[in-house]
Design a binder for this molecule. Sequence first.
Ligand code: TPP
Length: 573
Amino acid sequence: MGREKVFLSGNEAVARGAMAAGVCFASAYPGTPSTEILETLGTFPEIEAQWAVNEKVAYEAAFGACIAGRRALAACKQVGLNVAMDPLMTTAYSGVNAGFVAIVADDPGMFSSQNEQDTRRVAPYAKIPLIEPSSPAQAYYYVQEAFKISEQFDIPVLLRLTTRVSHTKESFEIDFRRSCVDKKLDKNPRKYVMIPAHARPRHVDLEKRILALKDFSEQSDLNLAQINDRSIGFISSGVSALYAKEAYPQASFLTLGMPFPFPVKKVKEFRRKVRKLYVIEELDPFLEEMLKQEGIDACGRKSSWRCGELSPSAVKEIVSRKERSPQSRKSRRPLLCPGCPHRPAFYVLKKLGLYVTGDIGCYTLGALQPLAALHTQTCMGSSIPFFEGISKMRKGEKVAAVIGDSTFIHTGISGLVSAAYNGTKGLIIIMDNSITAMTGGQQNPATGLTLQGKSFKKLSLEKICVAAGADSVDVVNPYDIEKMEDLVKLRMQQDALSVIISRYPCKMIDRSKGPLLYIDPEKCKKCRQCLALDCPAIYEEDFCFKINELLCTGCGLCKNVCKFEAIRERRKQ
Ligand SMILES: Cc1ncc(C[n+]2csc(CCOP(=O)(O)OP(=O)(O)O)c2C)c(N)n1
């Protein structure tokens, strides 16, 4: 391959850039906005690309490949890096063999996340370099730089994206030539066995490496100054740099493609050249604090700008010293799909009035009105430990936990082992729709299919629950709501730790339709029971309840819950 015109999203560009850098191993756990990095890498047969069960495992498997002498990467969303922090902190000490890059996509504005933590802060905390592209084209080239820096300074490199860089598409030209790094497997216990006696000198070494990286950052073209109108200058990184350029095209800019280690001399030099310097960044005052620490005079943002995304008009408001006006987002209310198998399970849980600890996935939508069946949701895998704590402190309360199949495998299994080991009693429901639906339908060990869709070993959720210590494991079709209700009641009465696997495929997998339904206006008593299911196919018009036949999947749940037999099957014509 040679020169090629491409039109790529930031995530696709990172994947293509990593391929050009000669990456041989890539691993990730899905998470918006990062998921397409691995999905793209999975299309290249020449590399080992795989879904891991969670981000820590992804990071460690990829790091193993780097010790083996092959370039490797791990990708995740911002909260995923929390799960991988343990290996990240210590691999900074050990350093790398072949290049290793951790790619993290942040989500300012929380389009699909439970928080908007700013991953840039991880770089100084872990003492690793931070690379931040502003656009897909930069992402393509910067990831290649990241691998080089990793090898040159013997350190894992953090490449940070944000939703707008990950998902925006750009047309640009690439010169694709795949490099090849093939080092020997590094058999060096002093570097890779981080017992205190080895880790102490590695920490001293890490401090030296980060100083050397500081010099590099001062010289690097990744940190680029453009001097135009000297009356106003902007320092920024990532997509914020593009917003500043769009808002003030005549101004001078210092764009930090490598914000950490902070290139103090370069920043001071830029400061001398411009009359007024503004810091434009999303989320935390990361650059602003670095400037303050170095005594460099610059205008930061008012603290109200620390939440949410920026835009070119936001940059103008920041420069005018305005507060951020309260953000109103006009987006559609999130809903479970028509025919979603989580809906009947939540219908039963709500009916029985249980306190339900929840987890992260499509099924989190069961927390919203009118289903309103979930009472907690914090982070992946928290449902079972929360359930354990609550049920042990509130013995009289009817408490259950709900967790999806992918989330259960991610970090739910350890919660179940711990709950069983500590004698917890109560009910855990695994909402097994046989896919990782929330992030767009990725495979996981319980589907038995790999990233490339190859059939391999299929994890048995039943067996793993028994092995973890569950006293009973039942598998039930949630559309059989009577059976589901009786089973939940039975298990809740018992003095045991029970697991119910509510198993029915997601509508993304099984798109088949049942019989078409309609609401007979003569029989409908307007009791609104069908509306309580929150199905997008049921709506109210002209004081009548109706079913949208295009949206209806014919799952029959509404027919099942209608006490007046007003919901009927349409006869085939
Ligand atoms: C640590 C972390 N990693 C990844 C994600 C992104 N994410 C949210 S839910 C989810 C998995 C959902 O799959 P499953 O548990 O099977 O539930 P479903 O959506 O299929 O109902 C993922 C990958 C996240 N929020 N946190």
